[in-house]
Design a binder for this molecule. Structure first.
Ligand code: AMP
Length: 396
């Protein structure tokens, strides 16, 4: 089981570490074995060892002999559910308050378990990732509670998600709020990427927004090795709207650029109020929407594209090469927004910019230099000149 822990840690690495990963990533069949072996018993043992000796360090992965879900062990009775917040990829999310901790409001992500199956791999992966990620722009995991029937993650509660926020606005956001949100999104993602962790499922539903304009990345459940699933644990179809063309064309050789395409789509969506590439059918339909806006790629515009698995199937119609600003003139009304969006939404992943370059882009020149040197856990709003002004509400 030691190898299982190693696989989880290794599942989120960039290309540089691909060699090391080759072994651990040919694991579709091993994954099934793992799923069976991550038994409730194992999780219980891991958690009870921690709680039996609070002063000793948490067991290492090898010591543990199982998945290291290193968090405090809480009790379900300590929380009272208030209402259901949403259905995630593999869990139901509730708003609740802590009875013991001065009525603190939390979000409970509850996964029902079948004893013989154990905890879903996605849940264990999320726990394993989140425990490492303590950052102002990443949702904080307070606690993990396990019972025979369920595994519950206790997260900090965040008021809404970007999807709901955009819907409530009934359109686009104020340009200064787009700038603050985008910077925080990049800041959270930069922290992940520096630790060689990819999010892999960026979309407005997975981006939480607090009342005072703090943005927090959530749902690392889909972070996994080479294959990106098209269905979730509960057979819900995963949206293709934020997936880059290289992945849609069958490339498995992706890295941090995968998340950067999603950032570009979300950036444009915040400005226009409309999803940029809202595919309605399958991956071919999704690609066609991208090509209609940016042009069908060729060997000249994207060297190597014709050798991707689905190129012949998907690149049938030849749409003229266009710039994003031609298709979305609204981008030109905000200084440097079109330039940044175009650099994020490069079809060739090699040309897509990363978090670090994005954060230093001219588009952010109105932000004070100190945003780049904040401690990880400090909010950008600790800088006095950065003020979030809530949108004039529509339906809020
Ligand atoms: P997820 O399983 O993370 O995709 O969550 C499903 C939905 O539950 C999200 O789209 C949010 O609306 C809501 N949600 C998830 N986490 C939280 C949280 N920490 N605070 C408030 N709402 C949340």
């Amino acid at each position: 089981m030691g190898s299982l822990s190693l696989d989880i840690e290794n599942m989120n690495v960039t290309n540089e570490h691909k060699d090391k990963l080759e072994k651990s990533e040919e694991t579709t069949s091993r994954f099934k074995q793992f799923k069976r072996r991550i038994s409730i018993k194992g999780i219980k043992r891991s958690l009870s060892r921690e709680s039996s000796s609070p002063t000793s360090p948490p067991p290492s992965l090898e010591e543990n002999g199982n998945v290291d879900i290193c968090a405090t062990q809480g009790r379900l009775e300590s929380y009272k559910k208030i209402c259901r917040l949403g259905e995630g990829s593999y869990a139901t999310v509730y708003k609740a308050h802590s009875i013991t901790n001065t009525n603190q409001i939390v979000a409970l992500k509850e996964i029902h378990l079948q004893e013989e199956e154990g905890a879903p791999f996605t849940a264990i992966r999320e726990a394993s990732l989140l425990k490492k990620l303590k950052h102002a722009n990443i949702v904080r995991l307070h606690d993990i509670i396990h019972t025979k029937k369920s595994l519950t993650f206790v997260f900090e509660y965040v008021n809404t998600d970007l999807n709901t926020h955009l819907e409530n606005q009934g359109g686009s956001l104020h340009p200064s709020n787009v700038c603050l949100f985008l910077f925080q999104l990049l800041r959270g993602l930069d922290f992940c990427h520096r630790q060689l962790i990819l999010h892999r499922d960026l979309k407005p539903q997975n981006i939480l927004i607090s009342e005072n304009g703090e943005l927090k990345l959530a749902d690392f459940g889909l972070a996994r090795a080479k294959s990106i699933p098209s269905k979730t644990y509960s057979h819900e179809v995963v949206t293709l709207w934020y997936r880059p063309p290289d992945v849609l064309l069958g490339s498995k050789d992706y890295s941090i650029q995968l998340d950067m395409w999603g950032v570009g789509c979300i950036f444009v969506e915040m400005i226009t109020g409309q999803a940029l590439f809202p595919g309605m059918k399958d991956f071919k339909d999704q690609l066609e929407r991208i090509f209609k806006t940016l042009g069908t790629p060729t060997e000249q515009s994207w060297p190597g594209v014709s050798s991707l698995r689905y190129y012949k199937e998907a690149c049938v119609k030849s749409y003229r090469q266009k710039s994003l600003r031609t298709s979305i003139p609204k981008l030109c009304k905000i200084p440097w927004a079109a330039e940044l969006a175009e650099q994020l939404l490069q079809m060739d992943p090699k040309r897509r910019i990363d978090t670090k370059v994005s954060m230093l882009h001219q588009y952010f020149s109105s932000l004070p230099p100190s945003v780049h040197s904040l401690p990880h856990t400090s909010s950008i709003y600790n800088i006095p000149s950065l003020v979030y002004r809530p949108e004039p509400s529509n339906n809020n």
